[in-house]
Design a binder for this molecule. Structure first.
Ligand code: MN
Length: 274
């Protein structure tokens, strides 16, 4: 008997029916930050549909770089574009909440955010809507993946989808560990050219951190946050280094950002104050 993806919900593996390939038929919630019509989501959805039950809830327009924003002060709307396909005016994190609590009304077996056009490595994970959606899934106790492709154009989506399917297979046989989710970055090359998987830590991007000041036609100042941040430290064991070498980078991210190694130092600083 095949072991199935075990989550808070699916520990009871008998519950899961098998698909035509004899693999687990999973209930997958798909989302992204590039918008419901983005190729990365559309193609992944098409490919998963034959094997799994798929529900896509994604922003109606691109919401890249919105981070983990959620919408509290205006109504959220959902438009059903087709069976199991919903566009919303919300952020990627909103989409996960809407998908789980308003559409499915139960926890899916897996949440996939992506496949994002562009990498999400190093500090990017703090700005990324793609990563935030997966993090929201992890907050809800659902195994979640953020998947990004390392390119800015000419995306190898078919190859990235094959990688995604391999990852799903791995997860059917193993747990996503508690209070973690996986940030996946895929090199933009043919599947046959990929070197394999590498479990990594976050690397460090080097931003040229310029803020460019301009003047509008009425004399008012405006600003652009500059730099494309394409430079990075290529240290072994990091996501950047793995992808640069042709590996699929798998970074387990945690939900607790406490700096445990600093706790004792700060305890000393704040002793005997007040
Ligand atoms: Mn994006």
């Amino acid at each position: 008997m095949l072991r199935c993806l075990k989550s808070f919900y699916t520990l009871n593996a008998e519950r899961l029916p098998l698909n035509a390939d004899g693999r687990c038929l999973l209930l997958i919630l798909l989302t992204n930050d590039d918008g419901i019509h983005s190729e990365g989501l559309v193609l992944l959805r098409e490919s998963l549909l034959g094997k799994h039950e798929v529900c896509a809830v994604a922003p109606e327009r691109e919401r890249t770089c919105v981070g983990h924003a959620i919408t509290l002060h205006k109504p959220l709307r959902m438009k059903e574009l087709g069976k199991g396909e919903y566009a919303t005016n919300g952020t990627p994190a909103d989409c996960v909440l809407l998908g789980v609590k308003a559409v499915l009304k139960k926890k899916p077996d897996l949440i996939i955010s992506g496949i994002n056009k562009g990498p999400n490595m190093g500090q990017d994970v703090n700005y990324s809507g793609t990563v935030a959606a997966a993090k929201e899934g992890a907050f809800l106790g659902i195994p979640s993946l953020a998947i990004s492709i390392n390119a800015r154009s000419r995306y190898h989506f078919a190859d990235a989808i094959r990688v995604t399917e391999t990852i799903i297979q791995v997860l059917e046989e193993n747990n996503v560990l508690d209070s973690t989710f996986l940030n996946i970055n895929i090199p933009n090359v043919f599947y046959s050219k990929m070197k394999g998987f590498m479990v990594t830590r976050l690397g460090k991007r080097i931003y040229n951190d310029k803020v460019i000041e301009r003047t509008d036609p009425r004399g008012g100042k405006y600003y652009w946050i500059g730099g494309n941040g394409e430079l990075y430290e290529s240290l072994e064991g990091t996501d950047f280094n793995a992808v640069e070498r042709g590996f699929v980078s798998v970074t387990p991210l945690g939900l607790d950002v406490t700096s445990n190694k600093s706790i004792n130092s700060y305890k000393k600083y704040f002793r005997r104050i007040l």
